[in-house]
Design a protein around this ligand. Structure first.
Ligand code: HSE
Length: 429
C-alpha cells in the first residue's frame, strides 16, 4: 500500500459534510485498505466557522474555499455546498488544478453537467455524483456502468422524500396538503421554504440527470416538464382509492415507442396499489428501471439525510481515489445517442379527470363527444349526482398529452361543465 496519503478538500460541512468527515475519520483504516493508500482531509471550507459541528477538526476549517482548491496538492475535492455558484466555479477550479471532484449537487449537474464533464475530461480528472440523486441509493453507477451494455427504456421513480412523506400522510390519514406539509415541517422533513421540493424543482433536476445517463443524451433541467404537488387534494386521494390507486410525485424518463426520442417529466400521478412504487412510504425514495435485456429493476432506500448521503459520497471518493492511483479516470459523460428530447405534448399516458357538470339529459353524451372529437378514448366513467349537479370522473385510455389538454380546454367551454376539479395522469400500469 502507498504510504503517501491522497489529499481531500471538503467544500461545505453541514449535515452531509460533517457525516463525510466523521466516516473519513472513523473508517480511515478501512478506506485506506480499500483504496490502496490513506486518504487525508486536507481542509474543510465553510461559510460560517462558528457553526461547525462538534467532532469536525477545527484546525482544518477555512473560509477561503478558492484558496483550498487552488493549493495544488489536493487530489479530490468533495463538494457538498449545493446551488449553482460558487460551487460551479470551485469545481471548475478544482479540475484546473488536477483534482477529481465528488459532488452531491443535483441543481448544478442538471444545469451544467455537460460543461463540467467536459472540463473534467480536459484535465484528465473525474466527476462523480452518486449522492446527487436519491441519496444513499446506488443509482448513478448502476445506470452508468452496470447497465452500460443494456438499453434502458424507462426510469420511473420517487426521487423526493419530502413530497413522498406529505403524500403518504395524505393517503394514510385523509389529511389535506397543508396539514400534511405542516407535519413534515414539524418533523424536519420539509424545509422552512419547501418550494424546491413541493413544486418539483428538486425532482426535476434529478430527472434530468437520470434521463441523460439512461438515454446517453444530454437532458437539461429546462427539458424536464415539471408540475408540483401542492394542488393534490384529499378528494384526489379518495378518487385514487376508488380506482385501486394511490398518488405519488413521480419522475418519469421514457424512450418513445419509435426509439428516436425521449421525454422527462415530474408530476403527481395515480399509480395502482399493486405497483412496487405504491408501497414506498414516508420519506423513502425508490426508482424503477426498465431495460430491454435486464427487465424490471427496483432501487429503494433513504434518499436524503446526512449519513445516507455521505455513504454515496464516500463510495464515490473511494472510486475516484482508486482511479487516481491507477492513473486513469472513470466513465465521463455519455451523450453520443443525441436523441431528441420531446415536449410534454408528445407524452402518451392515461388520465383521470374529475368534472363538475349539470345533471340533466344529454350531458354525458356531450362530454363523451368532446373526448371523441379529440381522439381521446374513454376507458371508464363514474357519475355521482346531487341536487341537479353531478361529479363525473372520466378515465381515459392512453392518449397524447396535447390531445388531453385540447379536450380539457373544450370541456371548459361547455355550459354544462361547471368546472374541471382535477386532472391526474395514471402511470405504472
Ligand atoms: N429535499 C430532498 C428530498 C433531498 O426531500 O428528497 C435532497 O435532494
Amino acid at each position: 500500500m502507498r504510504t503517501r496519503p491522497l489529499k481531500v478538500a471538503l467544500l461545505g460541512c453541514g449535515v452531509v459534510g460533517s457525516e463525510v468527515t466523521r466516516i473519513m475519520t472513523t473508517h480511515a483504516d478501512d478506506l485506506a485498505a480499500r483504496i490502496g493508500a490513506p486518504v487525508e482531509l486536507a481542509g474543510i471550507a465553510v461559510r460560517r466557522p462558528d457553526r461547525v459541528r462538534a467532532g469536525v477538526p477545527a484546525e482544518l476549517i477555512t473560509t477561503d474555499a478558492t484558496a483550498l482548491v487552488k493549493r495544488g496538492d489536493i487530489d479530490v475535492v468533495v463538494e457538498v455546498i449545493g446551488g449553482i455558484e460558487p460551487a460551479r466555479t470551485l469545481i471548475t477550479t478544482a479540475f484546473e488544478h488536477g483534482a477529481s471532484v465528488v459532488s452531491a449537487n443535483k441543481a448544478l449537474l442538471a444545469e451544467d453537467g455537460a460543461a463540467l464533464h467536459a472540463a473534467a475530461g480536459q484535465h484528465g480528472t473525474d466527476l462523480y455524483y452518486e449522492a446527487a440523486v436519491a441519496g444513499a441509493i446506488p443509482l448513478i453507477r448502476p445506470l452508468r456502468e452496470s447497465l452500460a451494455g443494456d438499453k434502458v427504456n424507462r426510469v420511473l421513480g420517487i426521487v423526493n422524500g419530502t413530497t413522498n412523506f406529505i403524500l403518504d400522510k395524505m393517503d394514510s390519514t385523509g389529511a389535506g396538503y397543508q396539514e400534511a406539509l405542516d407535519e413534515a415541517t414539524a418533523l424536519g422533513y420539509a424545509e422552512a421554504d419547501p418550494t424546491a421540493d413541493v413544486e418539483g424543482f428538486d425532482a426535476a433536476a434529478k430527472a434530468a440527470i437520470l434521463a441523460g445517463i439512461a438515454f446517453h443524451t444530454r437532458v437539461r433541467l429546462d427539458d424536464v416538464h415539471r408540475e408540483g404537488m401542492t394542488e393534490v387534494t384529499a378528494a384526489d386521494f379518495a378518487s385514487a382509492k376508488e380506482m385501486g390507486c394511490t398518488i405519488k410525485l413521480l419522475a418519469i424518463c421514457e424512450r418513445a415507442a419509435d426509439g428516436r426520442s425521449v421525454t422527462a417529466r415530474v408530476h403527481p400521478a395515480m399509480i395502482p396499489l399493486s405497483h412496487p412504487l405504491a408501497s414506498v412510504r414516508e420519506a423513502y425514495n425508490a426508482v424503477f428501471v426498465e431495460a430491454e435485456a435486464a427487465g424490471q429493476l427496483m432501487f429503494y432506500g433513504p434518499g436524503a439525510g446526512g449519513a445516507p448521503t455521505a455513504s454515496a459520497v464516500l463510495g464515490d471518493l473511494v472510486a475516484v481515489c482508486r482511479n487516481k492511483l491507477a492513473g486513469t479516470t472513470g466513465p465521463g459523460e455519455s451523450a453520443y445517442a443525441r436523441l431528441t428530447v420531446s415536449p410534454m405534448d408528445d407524452v402518451v399516458t392515461r388520465y383521470h379527470i374529475s368534472l363538475d357538470v349539470a345533471d340533466k339529459p344529454g350531458v354525458l353524451a356531450q362530454v363523451a363527444t368532446v373526448f371523441a372529437e379529440h381522439g381521446v378514448s374513454i376507458d371508464t366513467v363514474r357519475q355521482q349526482g346531487k341536487d341537479g349537479e353531478a361529479a363525473l370522473v372520466v378515465v381515459t385510455h392512453r392518449a397524447p398529452d396535447a390531445a388531453l389538454s385540447a379536450t380539457v380546454e373544450a370541456l371548459r367551454r361547455l355550459d354544462t361543465v361547471r368546472g374541471v376539479a382535477s386532472i391526474m395522469r395514471v402511470e405504472g400500469e
